[in-house]
Design a protein. Structure first.
Length: 294
């Protein structure tokens, strides 16, 4: 979509990317060269489409009241045998995927790029079916390593009531992280949090989580259906400083570390370095100290 209306009726007061979305229901796409369903570049529907998003830190109950989001619902999409993704989005606001079914896609089932425009519990996937490969698989898929849901390189994605089947070959996994962070024009320092609730993993899922570059991500498991460690538990890559009694490590199945709710996993970032290149993409080293050394 264009940023503004163009052509004979060009108008900078018309902003299609941020307009209210109509109905999208029961569509299907298969055997596309790349994407079955794609939102590109932006879809951030809001009350005043041509005005910026404003965050009011003094209004805890409705911090976006100056230009509130308008929910865009996409319902009942089916995407299979696509060259990359069943469904993918680049930059989206309060956009919700309901009742999606994706299967036999070579790179991933559902992927999100950036989702941090309107806070927690807006951008989401709900009640969806994600299948790595079916009995109708092909050699080109068998030689690939797709993931079910690929999380964003930002915070604020929510995943509810999803079911995963047949991720049982090579390095496939039900969940992956940090969309396109491997790309030097799209990368992020990582450590972003995605919320999950009421996940179902069939026994044909042999690997739950793949942590993609830069190998720093946080999964908040609101009900314990991923970690098996109860409500508000955590999954994150393994590092030495994650060795705590509340945590255990299983690289083969969980891709790293899982912890119960006696700990909190948080992103730590250092900004404002000058020159910027001094800390760019450098690893943060955490050292343990006893009280006597502090």
């Amino acid at each position: 979509m264009q940023v503004h209306a163009i052509g004979p009726h060009a108008n900078t007061n018309v902003c299609p990317e941020n307009e209210r979305v109509g109905e999208f229901r029961d569509n299907a796409a298969h055997s596309c060269g790349r994407y079955g369903f794609r939102i590109f570049h932006n879809m951030i529907p809001r009350k005043y489409p041509c005005n910026p998003i404003e965050y009011d830190p003094n209004n805890a109950t409705d911090p976006y009241h100056k230009n509130p989001p308008i929910t865009a619902n996409f319902d009942g999409f089916t995407g299979w045998k696509n060259g990359r993704n069943g469904a993918i989005s680049t930059r989206i606001g309060d956009v919700r995927f309901h009742n999606f079914k994706v299967a036999d896609n070579r790179l991933g089932g559902i992927e999100f790029g950036q989702t941090d425009y309107y806070g927690d519990n807006t951008t989401r996937v709900n009640n969806s079916l994600i299948i790595g490969r079916t009995n109708n698989t092909e050699q080109i898929l068998d030689s690939s390593e797709p993931f079910g849901i690929i999380g964003p390189r930002t915070d604020n994605l929510r995943v509810d009531n999803c079911r995963f089947f047949n991720f049982d070959w090579k390095e496939t996994a039900a969940i992956s992280t940090c969309s396109h962070c491997w790309h030097d024009q799209e990368t992020d320092s990582g450590g972003r949090t995605v919320r999950f609730n009421n996940m179902t993993f069939d026994s044909s899922v042999k690997r739950l989580i793949n942590y993609a570059y830069p190998y720093k991500a946080i999964i908040l498991d609101e009900d314990g259906s991923i970690t098996g460690k109860g409500p508000h538990s955590w999954a994150t890559p393994y590092y030495k400083h994650h060795e705590h009694p509340e945590c255990e490590h299983n690289i083969t199945y969980y891709g790293g570390t899982i912890c119960d709710n006696r700990v909190q996993v948080r992103r730590v970032a250092v900004g404002g370095a000058k020159p910027q290149s001094v800390l760019m993409m450098q690893g943060l080293k955490v050292l343990r100290y006893d009280d006597e050394y502090i």
